[in-house]
Design a binder for this molecule. Sequence first.
Ligand SMILES: [Zn+2]
Length: 385
Amino acid sequence: MRIPAAMLLLFATAFAQDKTTRARAIHATIVGVDSHLDTLQRVLTQNAELGKHVPYGHVDLPRLKAAGMRAPFFALWVPTYFKGAEAVRRTLQLRDAMQRVLDAYPNDIELATNAGEVERITRAAKIAVVLTVEGGHQIADDLAVLHMYHKLGVRSMTLTHFRNNNWADSSTDKPVHDGLTGFGREVVREMNRLGMIVDISHVSDKTFYDTLQVTTKPVIASHSSCRAFSDVPRNMSDDMIRALGRNGGVIGINFGPGFLNQADADTFKKRIGNAVAKDPGLSGHALDEYAAKDYIRDYTEMIPAKATLEDVVRHIDHVVQLAGVDHVGIGSDFDGIGAVPAGLEDISKMPRLTAALLQRGYSEGDVRKILGGNFLRVLRLVTGR
Ligand SMILES: [Zn+2]
């Protein structure tokens, strides 16, 4: 029997609508985790009022709530041109910006320092924000600084940013330490002891494998994607993804088009090259002003890109095939990327990704793991609660 094309189209449309309805229902009840958001840069440099739904930027509290992304990881990201004590000062400015948000909207957002707190806070219909530090240079080679970040609520740290620091090699710099130094290993052990998640996004391949040898807890790649589809050093090779899976860790897929699609990789490599080379030679408020302009120029206006939502699905599929559905999550890098994939223009579009995953045959249980369950498992294991 031949089914008329018009009829097939009708079935397909009804099927897709059903997935959209199911996706919305899932997002109404999930505790979604996005393991890397740079939204605090907007608060610090532009005084963004996160309590209001605004038509710019990728993330605010109303959009997080509407999308069910109730446990976002907010990064205290300090560019590597802040060095030594200057990097510590900038980290405190970002922590202060976070505090302003917490104090301004006590009914909407609360700091979570373990998985139990995420549960309690989200049950009260609030956003449970988890704080992270992006770049090991921010401890200024001093474990006392790491300890105090922990006291200030930080529960994860990316070991490097775009440049090597004094104890770990970065994926976007020339290797000088052959991975982790002795002190670098000590940092990993101390993070394990404190209950801070070790984040291996940005690190060199050798630093990644050294970290896996030292750590006694699962680690995460908070915002990286697969080299199989975009061969850039910031992404993970198949072997690294398998090793991360064996460690019990999770990779959060980065939505930056250069991370997702080879067609966008060259633009991305150029941008990274520029970022690595920046060294204004300033300090104090002159450096702060430089950093604010730098952020606004690179991350406010989105440039055109080829990547789409389907690319994100491809990356998720790939990790699931290599390591299993327990080892992939979302690490969009929203508010820290200079372009967005079509279909995922901001955090409010997340239900579309869920609809696409359902369409692909993922069960609701799998979707819940990918959208947050996997990262919450690691948070519970590492913090012990
Ligand atoms: Zn980053």
